[in-house]
Design a binder for this molecule. Sequence first.
Ligand code: IVH
Length: 692
Amino acid sequence: MAVTDAAARARELRDQLNEANQRYHVLDAPTISDQEYDRLFRELVDLEAAHPELLVPDSPTQRVGAPIEGGFPSVRHDVPMLSLGNAFTADELRDFDARVRRGLGLGADDPPVAYVCELKIDGLAISLRYEGRSFVRGATRGDGTTGEDVTANLRTVRAIPLQLAEDPPADRLEVRGEVFMPRGAFAALNEQLEREGKPLYANARNTTAGTVRQKDPAVTASRRLSLWTYQLVGAHGLATHSESLDLLRRLGFPVNPNVRRVSGVEEVIAYTEEWSEARKELEYETDGIVIKVDALDAQERLGFVSRAPRWATAYKFPAEQVTTKLEEIEVYVGRTGALTPVAHVTPVFVGGTTVRNATLHNIDEIRRKDLRVGDTVVLQRAGDVIPEVVSAVVDARDGSETVWDMPSSCPVCGTAVMREEGEVVTRCPNPYCPAQRIGGLLHFSGRGGMDVDGLGFKIMMQLVERELVREPADIFRLDVETLESLERLGRKSAENLFASIEASRRRPLGRIINSLGIRHVGEQTAIDLASWLVAELPRDDGESEEAWTRRAADRLRDASVDELTAVYGIGRVVAEGIERFFADEHTRDTLHRLIDAGVSAEAPDPGASATPPDGPLVGKTLVVTGTLPGFSRSEAEEAIRAAGGHAASSVSAKTDYLVAGDKAGSKLAMAEKLGVPILDEDEFRSILEGSS
Ligand code: IVH
């Protein structure tokens, strides 16, 4: 075939395949058979092999690329990916509508607001970028500001158009949506794992997240992920959100067909009622309804409060409850020696997950609910929340149930446990208890610490048992061969784990300090310490990251309690905790040994700041407690820091405000006792905006 003919045929094949893909995955209306699709696909593969110059990156044959080396690069979102406020009842939806109407200056006689109701898809939020008509980058939401570049994996998701179906309104376009695993694909995956005798996945959402964040695009391709898009970033001359969804459809994006434009809040409520049962019949999981003001100029006027838009909210379906049997109560020992009772129940499917374990918090909670081993219990799970045992079904008792009590000695090391006056927690006081060691190492490698992807409990347990890892620095001396010798770790996973260990050698200083697990030093304190060190120790010209990190480590190890209490955000209890850590012969050199093993602080430090903070909360210390519908705990704390404030974890006379949500307990009582002003979520939001 002449080259020009080949080029024309390749273009034709690509168009046919792209269209077939869109018809199948997006429009759910296939026009050609699978065999026909395969035939065209093979013809294109052969043609591209014979004429490599015809190969373009967005050819349908190029969905599956080579495995990704190292970690995923981070991506800063031009427009942050926000979260949504929540509503749990019809009245809370009416409150939302009232806030919207007030914000738009509408009176009682003005017409109802037009809203768009969408199903809230329980998957993984992603951002897709197009240049011209081509898909160029896909990223995860991450913390909302920075996500991970997972383009190679997302290219394999057939519902994501690699080529737009028509010219877009701008040369650069960003579209957001939710990737998910259809129920059928999830069930098929678990059936296959079962046949292979492998452990099963608990739920579709975590499997989706894991699939998008693993390193081999061929694996992503095999998992049959799908997508619904729900947001076009930027107005692009359109007047309403509904119009932007229509545009997305025309461009070839999958938009959920159950989207409905309604007039006024009562129609919103009717939509939530309609879907609370009907959603169970859908081929994908949903955890609520997203309600958005349709007019884009109204959205603009309403704006944002902190990290959530005022023009949208998420209605959450009521937590699903089921009954099951409490088979056994087991005690886990954490990093600080705290003993936590955990319920093992007969596995049940609830809230999209198979639940086997549920936390029981502490012994007081077990007594208050009068839970006995052998009881039939009511279990509930809502969204992201850890499954909870709500109550025992007393009528179902037959007398064989047994009352349970905390053990008197640590189940791991046998040391007699202690419970301090007025504390609900029972602790193992032995600092060398192996459970505390594993807990400490997991904290070190976990999300708030060095974030070593893939280094979880099962692997850490083996590393500790085989004495390959005794302390954090040992992790950085592991090699691929050693990792491969662990149970359940093949060559490929060992290489991936090794790559994530390598990638975690450089972290912001605050993360490194937090990872050490110094008593009373949490994320905020670690950032405060890092900011202090960055300000105290200017970098010398040409000084290596390692050399500077060593100076910072020396400075921290040698700081006196008086010096530490002079640091912004650090009180006496914390300062003493730090001093004790660096006085103990077992821990005093932990940080230095990490540096010897090749760990160093990133320069310039993205977390620490040498300049004084700015914002409406400068110089203020706040404590967050209870559950806030619109923020997770860490989002609220992040918002406090972003506003220049200090997010502390316990209430004292120095606390300026307590932000109290639902189910606030002892911290609220303490704040009331000390006369600390208490803010509800709305008051907190207005302070963040600097308007009060
Ligand atoms: S709109 C500013 N629409 O829910 C508006 N989000 O809590 C941002 N989600 O992170 C999102 N379905 O992952 C929107 N139809 C939908 C959604 C949806 C699921 C997720 C999304 C987001 C979270 C918000």
